[in-house]
Design a protein around this ligand. Sequence first.
Ligand SMILES: [Zn+2]
Length: 333
Amino acid sequence: MISTYLLLCRLLPLGVILALTLAACTPSAAPSPQTAAQLTPAARGLAEGEKLRVVATTSIVADGVAQVGGDAIDLVTLLPLGADPHAYTPTPQDLRTLNQADVIFINGLGLEEALMPVLGTLDSAAPVIEVNAAVTPLAMDGVQEGHAHGAGDPHTWFDVANVILWTGTIRDELSRLDPAHASGYAAAAKRYAATLTELDAEIRARIDTLPQERRKLVSDHAEFNYFAHAYGFEVIGAVIPALSTMAEPSAQQLAALHDQIAAAGAPAIFVGTTVNPRLEEQLAQDLGIEVVTLYTASLSPADGPAATYVDLMRHTVESIVAALGRHPYRAPG
Ligand SMILES: [Zn+2]
């Protein structure tokens, strides 16, 4: 080989030698290196026994994907448990994970606002799928609006009917990328949707035990619009009066909320595990009411009370019904 190469060097112009050398190193059927880096295994076609590499942003989105994908997919949850999905920014390891994915499932509707700019600059061509694609979002004031009117409220999972819609979106995308497992994805999605239908009925039966006049929600930010809309609660207000945690309330806004809570006779402020509860504790102390911690934007660890989405909803409903039910009822005003 070496002698042949040296002989070629004497006989041929430099450009021809370079072209021959490159041709010898590069299998003719392979795409160019740039294209290869952009082609995910799903786009090339999965090899026998190769699993679809799936990334989901929040633990709540990941649970929905896991229920449909089961053992057929390799699933990585990007956000650690307890991370605030509004504020989370990716680590260098996250970027490697995202670049190796065949598909990326996000909540969307602006929830992952600090992560979104990065998803637009990935090397990989993996599709980014909103699990909420089929959901009709609510506006800030809890009124239904179409997707066309802007992002809307991202906290869709507090209405179980929306998560039933997720299962169809997840099933369709996994089946498109991995048709060999399509019947498995369809069966799992159907089973999980049935579980969620039962969960919704269970939630309604539990909430029926709480008198209508006690169904008053105060939260750390505006995250209970879907819950209130679906299950018949009134949203009194939020410490951060916005759909995102990435804002600070003014002293004026806090004073107004103080008066709204007092006027409504709401006995508790519900605070997610993903936020610092300092302002909520101060306000509750001033009003002589309770702070109740809920898993609102993240699942709990596996040994906690909200290890799955179904458990998160049960825990949320139990905590809300218990807190609003246990205090002597204070009439509004
Ligand atoms: Zn939120």
